[in-house]
Design a protein around this ligand. Structure first.
Ligand code: N01
Length: 870
């Protein structure tokens, strides 16, 4: 592997980029004894800090944390002067690092890599630099950064302007003297917000063209935080370790205070503390639910708007500067120094492009729909083609000649943001699908570089020459990245995270939002499992450990972790009364579920005494008749009651628009098989007979249930079919128990660790039915005659021991001619789909259930019509 570096056209590794990531990659590859060549189109090291020299450019992560941590001696040798260092100081730091480790000798500056092609014969990359110099390498690393390709100014007439034109991302090295000039700034992202106060100091007139008002908080710059310095000084290793295993790459305890339930005083106190602290991760951590719950998010957003109104004197300007239309944190918030105050200066004006869009840039200024402006200089602070831009721009072609641009035409596809299938030995540092821009970049960079270096070392030791992810592993990771984003509000914004700032770019959430800690764990787990999801080849043979590293929905995994940490006793070790009490205690702490029009309790005459029921009527005119759904709660025939499934019933009612009647039935072991099933049938008969009184449309009756409740729901359908009525329009069976056979594969795969366990299921059966009765169709409806049953919606969850019997029931019903909709609750457990308000990823499944319910019924009949039919 270690070929002599005197052969210039062939090295072990080529790295593109000499910023934070490229420099450290070079350092680590050299440690492995590899020959390396780094190319950068810039004239010096620095990456983003080489180019972004606009006035006011600073980091937005405290510099104590925004630095390398790989060498304690380096940390001792460098002292930052401010809490947020300026661009010149950060650039000095990177120069200092390059010199300290003698890195420059392997870096070629002002050299742009124009193409990279994988040569399958040679198992090497052919790299073209500039106009034609060629180079070969075994490993090709793009350390090109996430925000390095400026977005072209997509504004009509941009090339016509005769005055000075500046881009914040390509600011002249000699600086720009704007003294006494009439200046326009277009764009109010971080670059605009940092530069506007300083440009205002020079310009005679400054006009800011704002398309989207942005959230910004004061940086309160000054000396580095004494508290942080003390922590670092006291226990550097502990501090850096905590950063590596934190959510964002900075040691910080995530709050568990919920915005929606906190009192006004707590809300205010937490917000003011974050405002005073002046750190992005602080303001993003005011409430635990602000990134997922619109109501909580709005509390923070409104408090920021209040601050803006208190700073900006002109109410109209203050209103224009107050962000609306996107949730706080869904576009990257900014840290500023006197940004909003700048608009109090008499020579500064804000133009709202939502009200008067730019029509064209002209020779001497800017024309909007309402006005013509004359300028001496225009500053574009219009952002970047983020994350994918620099990667696809580099003309990378993989094994089959397919360019990365073509492969990613519908959005980036990576394994861990590190590699992509079809491109062997091609590594991206902080690529799409990794925490990157959502984290402290330096921590994420070090983790990526260390992972790549570790991987190359392992390959060498095991005799492999190439590595590449499998398509299965890659699509699994892409799915996980999207699942993590989908439970947050972030995909709702037109942000550069979504590619929404570049016209025509696919709308895909690109960074990994699951956290630096979760991501690091996934990377470590992959290595621990023999490079799961990677194919390695070499002279000694091939090795492929195919698979998906994270299949569970992220919020489901969090709930499981939370429950495991509580250390509750397994239900099956308790007497039923204690198990019921435990279930009631945990249910008391969960969110209540959505509001519905009306909730009333009543009693049904059952076969041996009254059965309590709770009726949920959707919002709307009280006299309107609705389809009726009789619902049975879960709990293994032993546990549960009207309260246990209350949030789920509210959710079903609200989503489907049906009247839901939740019926409590007799429980085992006090009332064993077939008591629960007979109660269910009696309840359905009663509901049918009393439909009008319940607000239901006669003849439009469905049943639904979860787990054992789904068992008795479908048994009731079988009994109704056998008895010739009542007519049931459809059945919804959520993770149903339909068989007593516990040998299916899903029991083997999911029988332990996902709340409903094999042991618990056995406990349920033992309480409910004698072994001799368990194959009876009223206990195991899969074994019954399924002909003539109503249209069915079955939910089968991936991590449920009952998954396969649910699927088997769906297949058997289909074979019997019953229309079936099988909904796979991907990444869910037996219980998680029902956790309304806690497990956000369950919402799309419940939406599907509601859709199925609606489809069971013909469109609602007018009231009079229904009454006549009765
Ligand atoms: O770019 P941006 P940026 N007509 O995309 C507007 C990092 N960073 O360079 O929001 C009119 O955020 C655009 O409007 P809209 C940081 O991660 C860090 O400021 O698309 N306006 C927006 O207002 C940051 O998030 C620091 O409606 C147009 C602005 O231009 C990322 O880099 C400092 C337009 C672009 O904002 C990017 O920040 C600087 C058009 N045609 C940057 N096109 C630190 O503090 C775009 N806009 C470390």
């Amino acid at each position: 592997m270690n070929e002599p570096s005197s052969v210039p056209e062939q090295v072990d590794a080529v790295v593109v980029g000499a910023g934070f990531s490229g420099l450290y990659m070079l350092y680590r590859l050299r440690q492995l004894g590899m020959s390396v060549k780094v190319f950068d189109s810039a004239g010096d090291v620095g990456g983003t800090w080489y180019w972004n020299r606009y006035p006011g450019a600073r980091c937005d992560v405290p510099t104590t944390d925004y630095a390398y941590s790989f060498d304690p001696e380096l940390e001792k040798a460098w002292t930052w002067s401010e809490k947020y260092a300026t661009q010149p100081e950060i650039l000095d730091y990177l120069r200092f690092v390059a010199d300290r480790y003698g890195l420059r000798s392997d870096i070629e500056f002002s050299a742009t890599v124009t193409s990279a092609r994988w040569d399958e014969q040679e198992k090497r990359w052919r790299i073209t630099i500039g106009c034609g110099t060629e180079m070969r390498c075994r490993y090709y690393v793009m350390a090109t950064g996430c925000l390095s390709l400026p977005k072209s100014p997509d504004i009509e007439g941009a090339d016509r302007f005769a005055g000075q034109v500046y881009f914040t991302s390509r600011w002249p090295h000699e600086g720009a003297d704007l003294t006494g000039q009439r200046v326009a700034v277009i764009g109010t992202g971080s670059s605009g917000i940092q530069s506007i106060p300083l440009i205002a100091r020079q310009a005679s007139q400054l006009t800011v063209f704002q398309r989207t008002a942005n959230f910004s908080i004061p940086a309160h710059n000054g000396p580095a935080s004494a508290d942080r310095l003390k922590q670092l000084g006291g226990d550097r290793d502990g501090y850096r370790h905590a950063a590596r295993w934190s959510r964002g790459g900075i040691p910080m305890e995530p709050t568990d205070v919920l915005g929606v339930t906190a009192g006004e005083a707590v809300r205010r106190e937490r917000f003011e503390a974050a405002w005073e602290l002046g750190e992005l991760f602080g303001i993003l951590n005011v409430f635990a639910d602000q990134a997922v719950d619109p109501a909580s998010n709005d509390i923070v957003a409104e408090m920021i708007r209040e601050k803006i109104r208190s700073i900006v004197k002109d109410p109209e300007t203050a209103e224009m500067l107050s962000p609306k239309g996107h949730y706080f944190g869904t576009k990257r918030p900014c840290l500023d120094t006197g940004y909003f105050e700048t608009y109090n200066l008499p020579h500064v004006r804000l133009v709202d492009l939502r009200k008067q869009p730019i029509v064209s840039i002209t020779e001497d200024g800017i024309e909007t729909a309402d006005e013509s402006f004359g300028f001496d200089a225009i500053v574009y602070a219009t952002g970047f083609d983020a994350m994918t831009g620099p990667l696809v721009a580099a003309d990378v072609a993989g094994r089959d000649g397919l360019s990365l641009k073509e492969k990613w035409a519908a959005g980036p596809s990576t394994y861990l943001g590190l590699m992509t299938a079809g491109y062997p030995n091609f590594f991206m540092l902080t690529g799409p699908g990794s925490p990157s821009v959502l984290s402290n970049m330096t921590v994420s960079i070090e983790q990526h570089v260390d992972w790549v270096a570790g991987c190359l070392k392992d390959m060498r030791e095991e005799g492999f020459e190439t590595i590449e992810p499998t398509t299965l592993a890659e699509s699994g990771w892409n799915q996980h990245v999207q699942d993590c984003a989908a439970i947050t509000l972030l995909p709702t914004a037109n942000s550069w995270y979504m590619g929404a700032n570049v016209p025509g770019k696919p709308r895909v959430f690109m960074p990994y939002i699951g956290g630096v800690n979760a991501y690091r764990q996934a990377c470590d787990d992959i290595v621990g499992q023999g490079y799961l999801g990677f194919r390695m080849t070499g002279p000694g043979g091939d090795r492929c450990r195919d698979g998906v590293i994270r299949r569970m929905q992220p919020d489901v995994a969090m709930v499981l972790e939370f429950l495991a940490a509580m250390g509750l006793p397994p239900m099956e070790t308790l007497p039923p009364a204690d198990a019921r009490a435990l279930m009631a205690a945990t249910a008391a702490t969960r969110p209540p579920g959505p509001k519905v029009g009306e909730v009333t309790d009543g009693a049904i005459p059952g076969p041996s005494g009254d059965l309590p029921y709770r009726l949920y009527r959707p919002a709307g005119p009280p006299e309107g008749l609705r389809p009726l759904v009789v619902y049975f709660h879960g709990g293994g025939w032993v546990l549960g009651n009207l309260d246990s499934d209350d949030p789920l019933c509210r959710d079903l009612c609200e989503r489907s628009g049906a009247v839901v009647v939740s019926v409590n039935y007799r429980h085992a072991p006090e009332a064993r098989f077939p008591a629960a099933a007979l109660d269910a049938f009696a309840a359905v008969q009663w509901a049918d007979a009393n439909a009008l009184e319940l607000g239901g449309i006669p003849g439009q009756l469905a049943v639904a249930g979860w787990s054992a409740g789904a068992n008795i729901a479908t048994v009731a359908c079988q009994l109704a079919r056998g008895a010739g009525g009542p007519h049931i329009s459809g059945q919804v069976l959520i993770c149903p128990v339909v068989d007593s056979d516990m040998t299916r594969l899903s029991y083997e795969e999911n029988g332990d660790g996902y709340i409903l366990t094999t042991a618990l299921m056995r406990w349920f059966w033992d309480h409910y039915a004698d072994p001799a009765d368990r194959s009876e169709p009223r206990a195991a409806p899969l074994r019954g005659d399924l002909h003539g049953l109503p249209p069915t919606c079955i939910v089968a969850a991936d991590f449920d021991p009952l998954r396969d019997e649910g699927v088997a029931y769906a297949r058997a019903l289909e074979a019997a001619g019953v229309p079936v909709r099988l909904t796979r609750a991907r990444g869910h457990t037996h219980t998680s789909v029902t956790m309304v308000g806690t497990v956000i990823s369950g919402a799309p499944v419940r939406a599907e259930i509601a859709e199925a319910l609606k489809n069971f019924f013909p469109s609602a009949e007018p009231l009079e019509h229904a009454r006549q039919r009765r």
